[in-house]
Design a protein around this ligand. Structure first.
Ligand SMILES: [Cu+2]
Length: 545
């Protein structure tokens, strides 16, 4: 393939993440040379007409709350045969789901029958076993690109592997992208839960088709609770609401539409932005709430969309947690950015507007409506001034610093064709081998105009700073010239993270204690179209010699 070299400028991310109308969004898609084709049962591509979600009635469906999954028994622990752990079984299955009152059911792939899948509500330090069973159909219903690595024509079309995003699990239970199973197979994973209270989530991670499997619906939530969180008396029970955001495109008859390139031999597109944003699997749902504090556990599980969340009344809310758990103190905000893969833990007080309605939006997009009941309620929950101490890791603790580039490559027509980390393909020898229980600084150098949300499996980390630099000079001479000061993270990002926005033309520094287990994991961009087209690399934690 002839490539022009790493790309420095792109319009697409800017267009799709700004407050645009649907028309402008589709204009941005045609800029990228994409067309709107849908794939049929047989994998054949046909022209499909897109649904305009704004033609649908808003707020006619109640917000579904994912059902809590219960163990179906107990099994011996892999780490201690005398101990028994709760055992769960989750099957991946095709289902037809109503995303809106006025649309026909949508064909989706699910964990346990729903999108999002069933919710795990677990305790820290209480391990569990999950059998993930692939009961999907024999054929994929979204367009596989056989030129993508790992998705060649000799690979089974339907492959699945579950990654528990944010979990501290051994390599064999982490969902390595090549550990996929085919329909009829299942695998037993162990989650020790030796980690702080946080919102984790599970999703597909199969090499080369992960973007399609997740788009089909394979996502779910997993909560870890602990005593520190219990003691804070935050809103709980019916006052704690998980909100899983998934943007999608639909055909006029309500079926998922995954856009493809104009080249039938290579349907991969570099990014997908849906104009329909589902919350817990519904389009424009509403939720009846009481005039009191609510805790909203928000996950952006979109393939590529960055959400910029705010409320229609510009209400102030507090962010109390990020990917890997509670912040040291609540942060007052009027809006918050959530990149693909990131979670935010928010507390909003609806007591200011009894009898009113408030809309949760992402820029110009309407997500859902809260309907606040009349009258007074006694709010038993607290929003404490301090939450969980987050000790900043001193830079002096790092034993290794790595400079890692995030690279986009165009073909001669200026279309993106490949994304790499540190100019390395997936299959090249492993270059990042941190020592177990050592701390490293990773400098993520992003020369492009796209922000890439970078996720490291197994570990949690802290953001040190972001600093703009001059990418052309680096490309020509390998010299780093900074264009401004190093900016420390905002208070809302100053907790434990597992996914970080590596912004355009910026070097983002994270400090990472590599704790947990030795073995092979991955790090990757969480824009799933990028990840599938090689913006993912293995890394290996090795024992100290
Ligand atoms: Cu990316």
């Amino acid at each position: 393939m002839s490539l022009k070299g790493p790309k420095l400028i792109s319009r697409r991310k800017f267009l799709a993440s700004s407050a645009l109308t649907t028309t402008a969004l589709f204009a941005s898609k045609s800029l990228a040379g994409e067309s709107c084709l849908a794939s049929t049962d047989t994998g054949q591509l046909t022209f499909a007409t897109e649904m305009d979600p704004n033609t649908l009635a808003k707020f006619v469906d109640p917000l579904p709350i994912p059902g809590r999954v219960n163990p179906s028994g107990y099994r011996p622990s892999p780490s201690d045969a005398k101990a028994k752990l709760p055992y769960y079984r989750i099957a991946m299955r095709h289902n037809e789901l109503k995303i809106h009152r006025d649309l026909k059911p949508t064909r989706m792939w699910t964990y346990g029958g729903s999108v999002p899948g069933p919710m795990f509500d677990t305790r820290s330090r209480e391990g569990l076993l999950v059998e993930w069973a692939n009961e999907l159909p024999a054929q994929h219903f979204l367009p596989i690109d056989h030129k993508i690595h790992g998705a060649e024509a000799d690979k089974p079309p339907v492959r699945a592997v579950v990654h528990m995003h944010g979990a501290k699990a051994r390599p064999e239970s982490d969902g390595y992208p090549e550990d996929w199973i085919v329909p009829g197979e299942s695998v037993l994973y162990h989650y020790p839960n030796q980690q702080d209270a946080a919102m984790l989530w599970y999703h597909d991670h199969a090499l080369g088709i992960n973007r399609l499997n997740v788009y089909a619906g394979l996502v779910g939530t997993f909560f870890v609770r602990d005593q520190v969180e219990d003691a804070l008396n935050l809103p709980k029970g019916k006052f704690e609401i998980p909100l899983v955001i998934l943007d999608r495109l639909f055909t006029k008859d309500g079926q998922l539409l995954y856009p493809v390139s104009t080249d039938p031999g290579s349907p991969w597109v570099s990014e997908v932005y849906g104009n329909a944003i589902l919350v817990n699997g519904k389009l424009f749902p509403y939720l009846n709430v009481e005039p009191c504090k609510y805790r909203l556990r928000v996950l952006n599980a979109s393939n590529g969309r960055f959400c910029h969340l705010s409320f229609s009344n510009n209400a102030e809310f507090h962010q109390i947690g990020t990917d890997q758990g509670l912040l040291s103190a609540p942060v007052p905000l009027n809006s918050v950015v959530v990149a693909p893969g990131e979670r935010v833990d928010l507390v909003i007080d609806f007591s200011q507007e009894p009898g009113g309605t408030v809309i949760l939006k992402s820029d110009a997009f309407t997500l859902m409506q809260f309907r606040i009941s009349q009258g007074k309620v006694s709010d038993e929950s607290d929003l404490p001034k301090s939450l969980r101490p987050v000790q900043r890791i001193p830079e002096s603790q790092a034993v290794t610093t790595r400079l890692l580039t995030l690279d986009e490559y165009d073909n001669s027509a200026g279309e993106p064709v490949l994304m790499l980390l540190n100019a390395s393909h997936w299959g090249m020898p492993i270059t990042e081998k941190p020592i177990l229980n050592s701390t490293e600084i990773w400098r993520l150098m992003n020369p492009s105009d796209d922000s890439h949300p970078i996720h490291l499996h197994l570990v949690r980390f802290q953001i040190l700073d972001r600093r703009r630099y001059e990418p052309w000079l680096y490309q020509r001479k390998r010299e780093i010239r900074y264009l401004g000061p190093a900016i420390p993270p905002e208070a809302s990002e100053a907790g434990w993270k597992d996914t970080v926005r590596a912004d355009s033309r910026t070097i983002t520094r994270i400090i990472v204690p590599f704790e947990g287990f030795v073995g092979r994991y991955v790090w990757h961009c969480h824009i799933l179209e990028h990840e599938d087209n090689e913006m993912m690399r293995p890394y290996e934690i090795v024992a100290a010699s």
